[in-house]
Design a protein around this ligand. Structure first.
Ligand code: RIB
Length: 313
């Protein structure tokens, strides 16, 4: 079954590889458009990175729209310390030729959802949730038109990565995450609890490199750059590969395990701002608003990733 999708992304090497996985899976995804988000790096670079990735994969036909330049209610926090000053350090990718769309990304999302049959578009959120939340605020009617949101966001059992209690995508814009979590739209969350099971070991990166195509080689080069920070921080045999968990779940959900629970985000406390409180044991009566994925088959994940990148130029 092919899903129509709108992708929000702030690439970031892991998200670049997620987008390549999406583009290597045309039977699974009909990519309507991508919305550049401010997050890992500033919007001026995330939008350029999206265009670089699309041209790398030979898909300059996919439109890129500009999202908001900052979170809804606070200054932008970036992660250049992980991703490098360009946000996509590692391979040397040519300056993009394709142009960014002039229509604002939030307007594009609202108009596309209103113009397309209700319940047929999935939102693939690899980024902070700023633009989706702004669209929901501007046009509450679109909530009932969105088929599902599948997001890389949050953490609970694995605790935080940008603070002791918060995962980066939620921490950048906790108010946006709160709006989305309260939207009653079907949500699947791929948090650090599962992405930390997916470690890009040297053998797994060598498999991508050995594909020999430009996308496989570039993916390996991207991840060999961005892994540096995590290998030093965690001391694991590989760095967690976050973003591709989203398309992998959408393609092969049987690789993953989770349950429908309540997830609520902290938006007030400075100490735990952005913490996603997952009611895993269903202790409260809070609405079960999220299918929370806690575990997955790492070998199956990397087999799928490698197979899909092999299809690209
Ligand atoms: O917390 C990890 C996520 O935050 C990754 O997807 C990374 O790209 C950043 O967006």
């Amino acid at each position: 079954m092919t899903r129509k999708i709108i992708v929000t992304s702030d690439p970031g090497q892991d998200q670049a590889v997620a987008i390549l996985m999406i583009l290597g899976s045309p039977e699974a995804f009909d990519v309507l458009g991508m919305i550049a988000t401010a997050g890992n790096i500033g919007l001026d670079l995330t939008e350029k990175n999206l265009r670089k990735i699309l041209e790398l994969a030979g898909r300059p036909d996919i439109p890129v729209y500009l999202g908001a330049p900052r979170p809804m209610g606070r200054p932008l926090v970036t992660a250049a310390h992980v991703h490098g000053p360009s946000g996509l350090d590692g391979p040397s990718l040519p300056e993009p030729i394709m142009r960014t769309q002039t229509k604002p990304g939030v307007d594009y999302m609202v108009e596309t959802l209103r113009a397309t049959a209700s319940g047929t578009i999935s939102i693939v959120s690899l980024s902070p949730l700023t633009n989706l939340a702004l669209a929901l605020k501007a046009a509450p009617d679109i909530a009932g038109r969105i088929r599902e949101i599948v997001m890389m966001a949050g953490a609970y059992f694995e605790v935080g990565n940008i603070t002791p209690s918060a995962e980066f995508n939620v921490y950048v814009d906790p108010e946006a995450a709160d709006i989305v979590l309260r939207s009653a739209i079907p949500i699947t969350m791929l948090p650090l609890d599962v992405t930390h099971r997916m470690l890009s070991t040297p053998a797994r990166l060598d498999r991508l490199q050995a594909l020999g195509n430009r996308c496989g080689v570039a993916a390996a080069e991207m991840l060999r750059f961005s892994e540096t920070f995590d290998l030093k921080k965690y001391g694991w045999p590989g760095a967690p590969l976050h973003g591709p968990c989203v398309p992998a779940y959408m393609i092969r959900p049987e690789l993953f395990q989770g349950r429908l629970i309540n997830v609520t985000v902290e938006t007030a406390s400075e100490l735990t701002l952005g913490m996603t409180v997952a009611d895993w044991w269903r202790i409260t009566e809070r609405p079960r608003n999220v299918f929370y994925v806690r575990d997955g088959d790492a070998d199956g994940y990397y087999d799928l990733l490698t197979e899909r990148l092999a299809r690209l130029p």
